[in-house]
Design a protein around this ligand. Sequence first.
Ligand SMILES: N[C@@H](CCC(=O)N[C@@H](CS)C(=O)NCC(=O)O)C(=O)O
Length: 208
Amino acid sequence: MPTYKLTYFNSRGAAEVSRLIFALVEQEYEDIRVERSEWEKLKPETPLGQLPILNVDGKVLPQSLAINRFLARTFNLYGENDWEKAEIDAVLEVVQDLFYPVRKMFYADTDELKARYKKEFVDVQGPKYCGFLEKLLKANNGGDGFFVGSKVSLADIVVFAAVGDALGDKSRDYYLDHKEPKLKALIERIRAIPQINTWLQTRPKTEL
Ligand SMILES: N[C@@H](CCC(=O)N[C@@H](CS)C(=O)NCC(=O)O)C(=O)O
């Protein structure tokens, strides 16, 4: 069995989907959390000067989405055939679309702009993209199972991380007080998976 080391900062951020996958499949790995003070020294030693990175038996992979897909393929969470993989990709792309306005809101220069983008997000883009997710979810088994096929996949984990977990308690204000009952129920189903729930209870507590 390969040895896995995941390096990121001490936050959920771009590493949490990978951590959730490791938790779900109960795969041992080293969860390395770099302090900002250590980062300047480590940065030039990383492939792109960015985190997260995944080290697998000495080989180093950058880019969180590549890492997530690699782990999903390795642990059989990336669909049963090419069509299912494409359906999973479609869900991942909706989440990427959802993240554009989220980033705009977080990186706004002034409090006034931040408030404006937050309102736009809560009123317009959040419901739009959560509506897309609800639609895709309902297209499979009426929305009472998972996004794709009959078992949990990368799609469910990514949506859980983005919509149910990314902003911590604030996630509820931003996304889930909307009208997407199936999406809301899926988030709670994923949260209730014992391995996921154990990770959520025991992981380091961080704001983001
Ligand atoms: N597309 C990349 C973005 C990576 C990225 O921007 N990482 C940030 C943290 S979320 C980083 O390493 N910042 C420190 C730096 O650039 O010095 C990914 O998803 O892995």
